[in-house]
Ligand binder design. Structure first.
Ligand code: GRF
Length: 202
């Protein structure tokens, strides 16, 4: 399976995929794109010999045009699965329609609790005792798509979002490669009676 990543930041999840799945079990990372030319994720990809590209919003007439350019590039690279790994942009409906059920995201909370960009801060503020990570399919909403995998960690004394994020990182770095492997194996499907429910056969 040829996979592509979209990333806006440091790319530690990209690194986990490069280390854990790239070049193994028929999985190849064929492309990494970013909306930011300064994303460290691009350097990580280039260091691994993976093709990179930058699609800055300012260089396209609007968001849809930018997303069309990204989708065209991913198609050229033969991407079959798109992984959002810290990609801080909402993808257009047209983009998602070109890759139906082929875009996944990793989120640092137990969805549907705490969607959006300040998930960990909000969870700490709320005073939850169990934190966690979700890998899910991407639909038109913000972190609303069907859940593939989740993993939790009990942190009853959590007060600091940065510290919680540090505890969540290893969970993300395990769960995202696991989800990609399962999808590549054909072990992930949708319950025909309820397509929100993702079936994972291990
Ligand atoms: C991760 O916390 C992920 O859950 C969120 O964005 C962050 C990306 O981190 N969607 P990195 O760039 O992979 O290090």
């Amino acid at each position: 399976m040829r996979i592509a990543l979209l990333a806006s930041g440091t790319g530690t999840n990209l690194q986990a995929l490069l280390d854990e799945v790239h070049g193994r079990d028929g999985i190849t990372i064929v492309a990494v794109a970013s909306n930011r030319s300064d994303a460290t994720a691009l350097q990580r990809a280039a260091a691994a010999g993976v093709a990179t590209a930058v699609f800055r919003r300012e260089e396209h007439s609007d968001r849809d045009a930018r997303d069309r350019a990204i989708a065209d590039w991913l198609d050229e690279r033969g991407a079959e699965l798109i992984v959002l790994a810290g990609y801080m942009q909402i993808l257009s409906a047209e983009f998602l329609a070109r890759f139906p059920n082929r875009v996944i995201n990793v989120h640092p909370a137990l969805l549907p609790a705490f969607p959006g960009i300040h998930a960990v801060e909000q969870a700490v503020e709320y005073g939850v005792k169990v934190f966690g990570v979700t890998v899910h399919f991407v639909d038109g909403g913000v972190d609303t798509g069907p859940v593939i995998l989740q993993r939790a960690v009990e942190l009853p004394g959590a007060r600091d979002a940065e510290q919680v994020l540090e505890r969540l990182r290893p969970l993300e770095h395990a769960l995202l490669p696991e989800a990609v492997r399962l999808i590549a194996q054909g072990a992930v499907s949708f319950d025909p009676s309820n397509p929100r429910r993702v079936i994972v056969e291990r």
